[in-house]
Design a protein around this ligand. Structure first.
Ligand code: PLP
Length: 453
């Protein structure tokens, strides 16, 4: 086929679609080549936490690129790398102090799972190799990270090549897979969703399990579902009792998204490894990584000659790290997290008002500015859309037509979770901009409901 214009040379993620061409972006808005404005209600992929056009981040990147655009961290380091690692180490729970950088969240999770494996091997337990993840979790699209996650749509074409990892269900009290109510679980102090981990460990044998990985709040797979009180603490206990490395994937929840630096803080847990991405550079450059506990680092030094058998060309890339450092300073100086907490209250309030008007809006949940709602055919009858209808994607298309974009997601297995819309605007969003977001969502929901009924 003859290629006519430059865009014909792009391998599009979905060749059936036409994508608007963005020429510039400012604050919470993206602008396309025809001058149309889109309110970025999902911070891209929940990454552009500080909004667009922050010149001091762009300048820090340019300055670093001029000084030293590439430094191979296998042999050399940079001052910006030290400074960003120190800032992140200080944000993390007290026992996690060493920061390893990657380019994306998938690579960060690959690194964490490999480090957990090496940790056990170095300590004379080479048989500990299995990773346990959750069916409703997402950890990235590289083969290892995809194996740890449970998204059946993303996994299906690659099933034969995926690693043989194990999975449990994640808690979803609103549609509990164990048919229990949160009140009963809390009264009886028994969370079957956490006990399932212990049951699976017993079944497989703790001697073969290396790590357990989960998101503290399920992002793209379920739309901001928060676990019940005590769940993550119980998981921590189970991992300790069975010598399993507990990896908490904060790629989406980290860097203020849920109102604190890391969501782990709000759940009172100290994971062995926290992975991060997206918000660390506020989306200005590909940057992600993991923060590793002193226990694992000490073991690496004592038992493994201090050598992590792993690495990427772009690990600790100076320009990305410079973007991260400028972003972290901006978060701190501009008190971005306090704006996030304040606007979260307002956005929740506005969404519950909107819910009164729209029968397709189901449960609203989340923390900070990571908020999701279930999309239902009819709330009064609690009917979900069939996955083939692509409800969330359709709703988002209606929103895009009207000048806002969200993060749609659809359910996967067991019929326990259906479609949802994830809302994650830049943490710098103002009250007026939230009003505009709600007005567009209102119109989009009206148009969407007309398609359905
Ligand atoms: N982990 C979580 C929780 C995510 O939400 C994502 C991306 O959406 C990833 C990992 C993968 O990150 P990346 O797309 O940067 O590889």
């Amino acid at each position: 086929m003859e290629r006519v214009v430059a865009k014909d040379y792009v391998f599009h993620r979905d060749f059936s679609k036409q994508y608007p061409v963005i020429t510039h972006a400012e604050g919470v808005y993206l602008y396309d080549e025809h001058g149309k404005r889109y309110l970025d209600a999902s911070s891209g992929a929940i990454a552009a936490n500080l909004g667009h056009g922050v010149t001091e981040i762009a300048e820090a990147m340019a300055e670093q690129a001029k000084k030293a655009g590439f430094v191979h961290t296998l042999r050399f380091e940079t001052k910006v790398l030290h400074e960003l690692a120190a800032e992140i180490g200080k944000m993390a729970p007290p026992s996690l102090n060493r920061v390893y950088f990657t380019s994306g969240g998938s690579e960060a999770n690959e690194s964490a799972m490999k480090l957990a494996r090496q940790y056990h091997r170095d300590r004379g337990k080479p048989e500990k190799h299995v990773v346990i993840g959750r069916w409703q979790g997402y950890h990235g699209n590289t083969l290892g990270s995809l194996s740890a996650g449970g998204d059946s749509k993303r996994r299906k074409p690659y099933t034969a090549t995926l690693a043989k990892f194990e999975h449990i269900h994640s808690p979803y009290c609103h549609r509990c897979p164990y048919k229990r109510s949160e009140e009963i679980c809390q009264r009886e102090k028994l969370l079957p969703c956490a006990e399932e981990l212990e049951r699976l460990i017993k079944e497989i044998g703790p001697e073969s399990i290396s790590s357990f990985i989960c998101e503290p709040i399920v992002g793209s797979q379920q739309g901001a579902v928060v676990p019940p009180d005590g769940y993550l603490q119980r998981v921590r206990e189970i991992c300790d009792q069975n010598d399993i490395v507990f990896i908490v994937d904060e790629v989406m929840t980290g860097f203020g998204r849920t109102g604190t630096d890391f969501a782990s803080e709000q759940f009172g847990i100290q994971p062995d490894i926290i992975t991060f991405g997206k918000g660390v550079s506020a989306g200005y450059a590909p940057l992600a990584g993991m923060i590793v506990s002193d226990r694992i680092v000490d073991s690496l030094i004592e038992n493994g000659d201090g050598h992590f058998i792993h690495g990427y060309t772009f690990s600790g890339h100076p320009v990305s790290v410079a973007a991260g450092l400028a972003a972290v300073r901006y978060y701190q100086r501009e008190n971005v997290l306090s704006n996030c907490r304040e606007q979260s209250v307002y956005l929740f309030q506005r969404l519950s008002e909107l819910q009164q008007k729209h029968s397709s809006m189901g449960q609203i949940r989340g923390k900070g500015l990571l908020i999701g709602f279930e999309l239902l055919m009819d709330r009064s009858q609690d009917r979900m859309f069939p996955p083939s209808f692509g409800a969330a994607e359709r709703l988002n298309q209606e929103a895009i037509k009207r000048g806002a974009t969200f993060y749609p997601g659809s359910g996967t297995i067991d019929g326990t979770n259906g479609d949802h819309l994830l809302i994650g605007p830049p943490l710098t969003i103002t009250r007026d901009e939230i009003d505009e977001l709600i007005a567009i969502l209102d119109q989009a929901l009206t148009a969407f409901e007309l398609q359905v009924h």
